[in-house]
Design a protein around this ligand. Structure first.
Ligand SMILES: O=C(O)CCC(=O)C(=O)O
Length: 308
């Protein structure tokens, strides 16, 4: 059964939400090719949740280590959770899956509403948003990909390529405000890339996926992702790729204005995540997910940055 870590209301409501989600579930637009069903429809025809999940299981589970664990313990890879590295604020880890060395943390808005509103406005107008085409039509949100000078490369996923924009000055200022809440104080230890998403209304979403592209090496080594949400509250869901008998499928967390969320360790290998469509009206939301590029493509394969 799905585990709603931060249930909006009652269990009955949660079950009703799940049923509704199943009924309206659409094919994710960015299912990586290796997970696509060969008989997938050509259009945004609705499919059941079960069909969608069946895709995820096409990849067989990876072998477990001797014993019951899927991954080496944190002590072995020196993984310190970002929320464990800060004092004065309360991070809550809504996924703490030691056996898979997979973690997701949440921190409620530590910045205040006024600051967040000014960031929203600055990012909304200061970003060159694109809406690439997918095989199912336009991507159901707008996006941008920003990189530090050391890490210029395009971001390719789900059959699309998003060209890089150099970090604008506001991005550096924003990171200086945000990153200390993740235990990162020095510029040279801060993330070198950021994927930005603009969700303009309740229909805009991101389907089930993992940030498991080669760039981040998240299937092979500990990988940190930091997300900042601005504007409307949306639901963020994570589900296990290979759940075991009797295990909760995953967890769900509401991300409100100014909230920080992390995915750490091997989460990109063992879990998928998504932001589903909403039923009721919701306003605009911007999400920034910062990452570290672990494997830069060869210079000849990189794309030239666009002007900011
Ligand atoms: O909007 C969000 O909270 C999630 C965005 C996301 O999953 C991504 O950029 O990969």
């Amino acid at each position: 059964m799905k585990h709603f870590a931060q249930s909006r209301t009652t269990l009955a409501d949660a079950i009703a939400q799940l049923k509704a989600a199943r009924a309206r579930c659409v094919i994710p637009e960015e299912v990586p090719a290796k997970r696509q069903k060969t008989d997938e429809p050509e259009s945004t025809e609705t499919v059941t949740k079960e069909t969608e999940r069946a895709w995820k299981h096409e990849e067989p589970p990876p072998p477990k280590l001797a014993g019951t664990d899927w991954e080496e313990p944190r002590t072995k890879t020196n993984l310190q959770l970002m929320g464990e590295n800060v004092t004065g604020v309360e991070w809550r880890y809504f996924i703490k899956d030691e056996s898979r060395r997979s973690f997701a943390g949440h921190l409620s808005n530590p910045f205040g509403k006024t600051t967040c509103a000014s960031w929203f406005a600055k990012i909304r107008v200061g970003t060159k948003w694109t809406q690439p085409s997918t095989r199912w039509g336009p991507m159901p949100r707008k996006t941008a990909w920003m990189v530090a000078p050391s890490s210029v490369c395009a971001y390719e996923y789900g059959g699309m390529t998003v060209q890089p924009t150099p970090y604008p000055a506001w991005m550096i200022e924003l990171m200086k405000e945000v990153m200390p809440y993740c235990g990162l104080k020095e510029l040279n230890e801060m993330p070198d890339s950021c994927n930005l998403n603009l969700y303009e209304d309740k229909t805009q979403m991101v389907g089930w996926h993992a940030d498991d592209e080669d760039l981040f090496q998240g299937k092979f080594q500990d990988c940190r992702i930091i997300s900042l949400s601005l504007g409307a509250t949306r639901q963020f869901e994570l589900e296990l790729n290979w759940p075991e008998e009797g295990e909760s499928l995953g967890a769900s967390q509401q991300l409100a204005d100014g909230d920080l969320c992390t995915m750490e360790g091997m989460t990109q290998k063992h879990y998928m995540h998504r932001v589903p469509e909403e039923e009721g009206p919701v306003g605009q939301r911007i999400n920034l997910t910062w990452r570290w590029i672990a494997k830069l493509p060869r210079a000849s394969e990189r794309n030239k940055p666009q002007a900011a």
